[in-house]
Design a protein around this ligand. Structure first.
Ligand SMILES: [Zn+2]
Length: 468
C-alpha cells in the first residue's frame, strides 16, 4: 500500500478505523464485493437493481423504495419496468453464436421481447459493435425508445455468413416500479452530506461497481462513528434515479450542505474531481485541497452540465453543492462502456486509495471548524507554554509555522480550511496545530450558528466521535 495511505491513516480521525486493517486487505475486500455484484444484469428498473440493493443490504441497513411506472417526476415519467431472462442469436447452423448467459452486455439494455427468424440483412441493423476495438463488446441502451438489439465484438460480426438467423430476447417491459436504495445515518446536526452513485449498469466494473463498493464501505465505516453531519447514501439508477429522488424529497434536499457523486474510482488513472455548479463550495475546496496536498498528479475540472448524476443535483432549481469524484473520466478511457471495463480493469489498490480519499474528505468536513484566539493582542508567548522550539535561529519548523497561522487567523471568521489554503499547509497540519493550541488554552471553538439546526441529543449516537 502507498505511503500516502499510511500517512492518511496516521493523521485523520475517521481513518483510524481503516488503520486497524491492512489497507491491501481492505482493497481485496472491496474487489471481492465488486466481483459478487459483477454478474448481475442491472438496468434502470427491474430485478437486477433490486438484487444489487439486497447485496448492499447485507452490509448496510439500506432502505429500498419502489416508485410505480407512470409516476410523474418533474419533466420525466418513471418508465416501464424491464426484466430479462434470456437472449441469444442462433446461426444458420442452429448453433448459438451470441449468448446472453455468457455476457449480459450482449443484449441492448431495455430491449423489447423478440422471437423471430430473419436473414442477416434484416438482423444487421440491430447489431452493435466497436470497429476500433474489434474484440470488445459494447454496452448500449435504449431506455426511452422501444427497440431491440444485440451487442457483439466486431470480429464476431465480420464472421457472420449469409443465411437465416433465429433471434430470441426473452424480456418483459411492463407496468412495474423503479427501485432505489437509501441509507440515512443521523448525525448530531440535521445538515446533511449526500453520497450518491448509480447502480444501473450491468457487468461494468469501473463505471458503476467501483462507486457502489466504495460508497458501501464508506457507509459501513461511518456507521461506527458519532458524526457531526448526517449522511445520506443513495444507490439509484442513473439520471431517472436522482430525478425521482429529488421529486420525492424536495424538503430533504434543502438540508444537503455537501455532496459527492462517486463513479469510475477503481481504475489506475489519476484522480479527477469535477466541481459543483457553485464552483467554490466547501466540498469543492476540500477535495481540491486534499488532492493538491496528497497526490502528485490529479486534476480539478470545472462544472459542466453533462456527466453523471451531479447534473440533477446541480440543476438550477436545486443548485446543490455536489461534485463528482472520479479517477479516469467517463468517455476518455477506451474501456468505457465496453466489456473491457471488467474486474481486471479495477484493482484492490486503487479501490482502497479511493476509499481512503473519501474518508479523508469526510474527516475534513467533520473537522473544518472555526476557532477564536483567546490571546489576540500580540503573539502569545509560546515558549513559556512549551509550544515553541527551545533554541532560536534558523528556519522554524512547519509545525510551529502552522501554529502561528492558526493563532493569527483564528478570529472566529476563518475556518481551518481557510487557514490551510492561505498558509499553504495541509489541513491535517493546521488541524493538529489547532488541537494543540486548544489544549494549551489559547483557542476556543466558535459554536456554529444560523446555518444549521442541531438534532436533539438523544437521537445522536454515542460512539467514537469523528469531529472532536
Ligand atoms: Zn455509464
Amino acid at each position: 500500500m502507498t505511503e500516502l495511505t499510511q500517512t492518511l491513516n496516521k493523521t485523520m480521525g475517521l481513518l483510524k478505523g481503516l488503520d486497524q486493517k491492512d489497507p491491501l486487505a481492505i482493497g481485496q475486500e472491496l474487489h471481492r464485493f465488486a466481483g459478487e455484484l459483477y454478474p448481475i444484469c442491472r438496468s434502470i428498473t427491474g430485478n437486477g437493481i433490486r438484487q444489487t440493493l439486497v447485496m448492499i443490504q447485507k452490509r448496510i441497513p439500506l432502505q429500498t423504495f419502489e416508485v410505480p411506472t407512470g409516476t410523474a417526476v418533474f419533466d420525466w415519467t418513471v418508465p416501464k419496468e424491464w426484466n430479462i431472462r434470456d437472449a441469444y442469436i442462433k446461426g444458420p447452423g442452429g448453433k448459438k453464436i451470441v449468448d446472453f448467459q455468457k455476457c449480459n452486455l450482449h443484449v441492448l439494455n431495455y430491449s423489447t421481447p423478440v422471437r423471430a427468424t430473419m436473414p442477416l440483412s434484416a438482423l444487421k441493423p440491430h447489431l452493435f459493435t466497436i470497429p476500433e476495438k474489434p474484440d470488445w463488446i459494447p454496452y448500449r441502451t435504449s431506455y426511452y425508445k422501444e427497440d431491440w438489439g444485440f451487442c457483439l465484438s466486431h470480429n464476431q460480426m465480420l464472421a457472420l455468413q449469409d443465411g437465416e438467423y433465429e433471434v430470441c430476447i426473452d424480456s418483459t417491459l411492463d407496468q412495474g416500479h423503479l427501485t432505489y436504495g437509501e441509507y440515512f445515518l443521523p448525525g448530531r446536526s440535521n445538515d446533511e452530506v449526500l453520497i450518491s452513485c448509480h447502480a444501473c449498469h450491468p457487468s461494468l466494473a469501473n463505471d458503476n461497481l467501483s462507486g457502489l463498493t466504495v460508497a458501501t464501505f464508506l457507509a459501513q465505516l461511518l456507521s461506527e462513528k458519532d458524526c457531526h453531519y448526517s449522511y445520506r447514501f443513495l444507490f439509484l439508477p442513473g439520471t431517472i434515479g436522482p430525478i425521482t429522488w429529488l421529486a420525492r424529497n424536495r424538503d430533504t434536499a434543502r438540508s444537503i450542505r455537501h455532496g459527492l457523486v462517486l463513479t469510475c474510482i477503481g481504475d489506475k488513472g489519476q484522480f479527477h474531481y469535477k466541481k459543483s455548479r457553485q464552483g467554490n463550495a466547501e466540498i469543492d475546496r476540500i477535495v481540491s485541497h486534499l488532492l493538491r496536498h496528497l497526490w502528485e498528479s490529479s486534476e480539478i475540472l470545472e462544472f459542466s452540465p453533462y456527466g453523471y448524476d451531479e447534473r440533477q443535483y446541480c440543476s438550477p432549481g436545486f443548485n446543490l453543492p455536489v461534485g463528482c469524484l472520479m479517477r479516469s473520466v467517463w468517455g476518455t478511457f477506451p474501456e468505457y462502456h465496453t466489456s473491457a471495463d471488467d474486474l481486471n480493469f479495477i484493482q484492490p489498490k486503487q479501490l482502497a486509495e479511493s476509499l481512503s480519499l473519501c474518508a479523508a474528505i469526510v474527516d475534513v468536513l467533520e473537522q473544518n471548524r472555526r476557532y477564536r484566539n483567546l490571546n489576540p493582542f500580540c503573539e502569545p508567548q509560546l515558549g513559556r507554554r512549551n509550544l515553541y522550539r527551545s533554541t532560536g535561529g534558523g528556519a522554524i519548523e512547519a509545525e510551529i509555522n502552522a501554529r502561528l497561522w492558526v493563532l493569527n487567523l483564528s478570529d472566529g471568521e476563518h475556518s481551518l480550511l481557510d487557514i490551510a489554503e492561505r498558509s499553504g499547509h495541509s489541513f491535517s497540519l493546521i488541524n493538529e496545530a489547532a488541537q494543540i493550541l486548544r489544549e494549551g488554552g489559547l483557542l476556543e471553538i466558535v459554536p456554529e450558528t444560523g446555518k444549521e439546526t442541531t438534532r436533539p441529543q438523544e437521537e445522536s449516537k454515542a460512539a467514537h466521535s469523528c469531529r472532536d
